[in-house]
Write a protein that binds this ligand. Structure first.
Ligand code: ZN
Length: 319
């Protein structure tokens, strides 16, 4: 059994978004409950949540944006930049805790104290751009972790697989000129699904051309369509890139029960996608893989899908 870290903390439920917001604290409670019921929690190594050295946030986000995020939260404003990104007085500190916990998880995997980790953090991150909040996100957690891998460990090939049903616009834009980062996103087609980016013609820019792969899915795309996309596109490109570290932007809102988008994956879809990424990590990255929660808004489907995902991390073969 693989040594799998699990970052969970009730502090992440203190980011309050209002009574009708889909990105709500109950999401984490549902995950926590399901992982406990399935016995997964006790098989995982608990990861202590850790706040971030703000300097690491500055490597990804504008100083003016960070200052605005902090002041908007401290003043208890209703939202940051867009009504989608609802905040409360504690949200800045919790966003720092989310990003810091992902960094800490990456460090534990790099130090070989863990094989893999899953970070059940919020707010999510993949829509956050360099200088603006979008889509429930404050700091781009996975982008900050990627930059940390490039800077601290001098890695030259990091793979980010984003299977959230919404295109990871922020992550793409932050690394689209950088050939050290391969960004692969499968998402609902931008003509109908938020945020409206992620056409297959977006392939990276300049030196980064060819290091962005967008696979837009036309609803109701179900399991077989995703499997074909993995076999035909995702796995061949990921294998040829030979990442030294695998990161997953793990949103679970492509589930058929999810209320936010019309893609129809099954709970088990997240299991085989996890196994595919574990194989890539094993081939070239010494097994190193960290997965970070993004979306997923149907509480029961979210809990079940995360349990399937983390169960595969635990059951991975380790040399
Ligand atoms: Zn999403």
């Amino acid at each position: 059994m693989a040594k799998t870290g699990l970052a969970q903390d009730s502090l992440f439920q203190k980011h309050l978004t209002g009574p009708d917001h889909p990105e709500r604290p109950q999401r984490l409670a549902a995950i926590e409950r399901r992982l406990r019921e399935t016995g997964i929690t006790e098989q995982c190594v608990p990861i202590t949540s850790t706040s971030i050295d703000i300097e690491l946030v500055h490597r990804i986000h504008d100083a003016a944006y960070i200052a605005r995020a902090e002041s908007s939260c401290r003043k208890n404003q209703a939202f940051l930049d867009t009504p989608d990104s609802a905040i409360c007085a504690k949200s800045f500190d919790i966003a720092c805790l989310a990003a810091g916990t992902v960094i800490h998880s990456v460090d534990l995997v790099m130090e070989k104290q863990l094989d893999h980790a899953f970070c059940a953090v919020r707010p999510p991150g993949h829509h956050a751009e360099k200088g603006i909040s979008m889509g429930f996100c404050i700091f781009n957690n996975i982008a900050i972790a990627t930059q940390h891998l490039l800077d601290k460990y001098q890695l030259s090939r990091v793979l980010i697989l984003d299977w959230d049903v919404h295109h990871g616009n922020g992550t793409q834009h932050l690394f689209e000129t950088d050939p050290r980062v391969l960004f692969i996103s499968l998402h609902g087609h931008p003509s109908i699904v938020y945020p409206g980016t992620g056409q297959d013609t977006e392939r990276g820019i300049g030196d980064g051309e060819g290091f962005t792969l967008n696979i837009p899915m036309t609803p109701p795309s179900s399991d077989a369509i995703y499997l074909a996309a993995f076999n035909d596109k995702v796995i061949p490109l990921a294998e040829s890139f030979a990442p030294e570290f695998v990161l997953i932007s793990a949103g679970f809102d492509a589930h058929r029960l999810d209320p936010l988008a019309p893609i129809e994956l099954d709970t088990e879809s997240f299991g085989w996608m996890t196994n595919a990424m574990l194989r890539i990590a094993k081939q070239s990255a010494q097994g190193r893989l960290v997965s970070v929660l993004e979306g997923g808004y149907h509480l029961e489907a979210l809990g079940n899908s995360v349990a399937c995902h983390v169960g595969k991390l635990l059951n991975a073969e380790i040399d």
